[in-house]
Design a protein around this ligand. Structure first.
Ligand SMILES: [Mn+2]
Length: 428
């Protein structure tokens, strides 16, 4: 089942008049304040964020998983779901695969299938944090004590080879980046040597980097803890930067918002990484305590706005050309509804960040006027930009209100009939 623009227009026909009235009102306010509303709409229109293949299925915790039915059973069905999401949002043009959870037997056929569905391939994700016959060479080695940081050279060699295989697969799918997230670290003080672990990982990443095709990026993704609970080899942005520098010129740091200790100033990290030209991309999500993988902007919407504002500053008024992906775990909501809400939140934050009067903000900063600076930020953050975002979606042939349209069209109901109530997606 493909969701079409015509289907969306049909279920939203009674919303158009209200939308147009709302849009006129916002445009009037914009005109009075000298805001280029058209530029905001067009910037939102052109933005795209990848959906990870593992997020179209219901997530879970180590305590359980409660699938709600109609989940994709194959990689092609995952592509179908991303295509449905993109039809509704107009802003999810790519899917990010995870190997071995997604290991197509015929990459060219999959490439064709995705192209016909209008979906491209974003960054490839390797996996050396669990043992699997396709990542450990038929279990000849084990990642129990780490992969690239392992004391055993044979394990490190296998970890590098797995990453090279993922690059090869990505080349056949038309991807252009590899994200390396490692579970390597220690659970026990004294278990390993901090420096030796780090140097081994740096050396392995350098080997992987040397196999990158031209135009590809290698992303290092930091995370403070879990699965290693005493120390992680790449726990923070500083370590991630050192690893990216050691890996080579095509390496960049990827910032997963949930991979920070509570109250970390992530927008400052974004600014620093951009300053040294090593900011590569994002995994968007939100968190209350740890790597909670909650819906983007659901816990700290103002922080998310400030992060996007840093991006708009880097892009000189528009979102810079980085790698963007939603990395959330949908344990209770329908995965596609949560992805649609996350995408909407990102679009709203882009519109708000673009409304910031940056010359006025800079003037307040340069004259030591924090009260004025706060007024400038709040004027943008408190603006209701939803009609602008809806208009951007409408111009892309997508939905004014993706979640309601998704329900009206009955996509999940149809998928449950087709795929079964007990179908489950592989992955997290
Ligand atoms: Mn991530």
């Amino acid at each position: 089942m493909r969701i079409t623009t015509e289907q969306i227009a049909e279920v939203e026909s009674d919303r158009v008049a209200d939308h147009e009235a709302d849009l006129r009102a916002v445009a009037d306010v914009g005109t009075r304040r000298g805001v280029d509303v058209e530029a905001v709409i067009e910037a939102v229109r052109h933005f795209s964020v990848a959906a990870p293949s593992w997020a179209v299925g219901t997530g879970g915790t180590r305590f359980g998983r409660f699938p709600s039915g109609g989940e994709p059973r194959t990689i092609e069905e995952k592509i179908d779901d991303v295509a449905a999401l993109h039809a509704l949002t107009g802003a999810n043009r790519t899917v990010s695969l995870h190997v071995p959870w997604d290991d197509p037997e015929d990459p060219e056929a999959l490439h064709t299938y995705a192209r016909e569905a209008g979906i491209g391939f974003d960054a490839m994700n390797s996996n050396t944090f669990q043992d699997n016959s396709s990542t450990t060479g038929d279990f000849a080695v084990s990642y129990k004590f780490g992969s690239m940081a392992n004391a055993d050279a044979a394990v490190r060699k296998q970890a590098v080879e797995h990453n090279l295989e993922v690059i090869e697969l990505g080349k056949r799918l038309g991807a252009n980046a590899l994200t390396v997230w490692l579970g390597d670290g220690m659970n026990h003080p004294g278990q390993a040597d901090f420096r030796r672990q780090f140097e081994r990982v740096a050396d392995c990443l350098h080997q992987v980097h040397d196999a990158l095709p031209d135009g590809w990026r290698l992303f290092t993704e930091h995370k403070p803890y879990e699965p290693a609970f005493y120390s992680s080899v790449n726990p923070d942005w500083g370590s991630s930067l050192l690893l990216a520098q050691a890996a080579g010129a095509q390496a960049r740091c990827l910032v997963d918002l949930g991979h920070h200790l509570p109250n970390t100033n992530i927008e400052q990290i974004v600014s620093r990484l951009a300053m040294v030209r090593r900011l590569g991309g994002f995994h968007f999500n939100d968190s209350k305590y740890g790597d909670d993988d909650l819906t983007v902007g659901s816990i700290h919407p103002y922080q998310f706005f400030l992060i996007v504002l840093e991006l708009v500053k880097i892009g000189d008024g528009a979102m810079p050309d980085l790698s963007y992906m939603i990395d959330a775990s949908h344990n209770l909501k329908d995965p596609l509804e949560d992805l649609a809400q996350a995408t909407d939140q990102i679009q709203v934050s882009i519109a708000q960040a673009m409304l910031v009067d940056r010359p006025a903000l800079e003037a307040a900063q340069e004259s030591n006027d924090p009260a004025r600076a706060a007024e400038v930020l709040h004027a943008a953050y408190r603006a209701d930009v939803r009609p602008l975002v809806a208009e951007a979606r409408r111009r892309n042939g997508a939905a004014l209100d993706p979640l309601t349209a998704f329900r009206s069209i009955g996509y999940r109901k149809e998928m449950t009939r087709e795929r079964g109530a007990g179908s489950t997606a592989i992955g997290l």
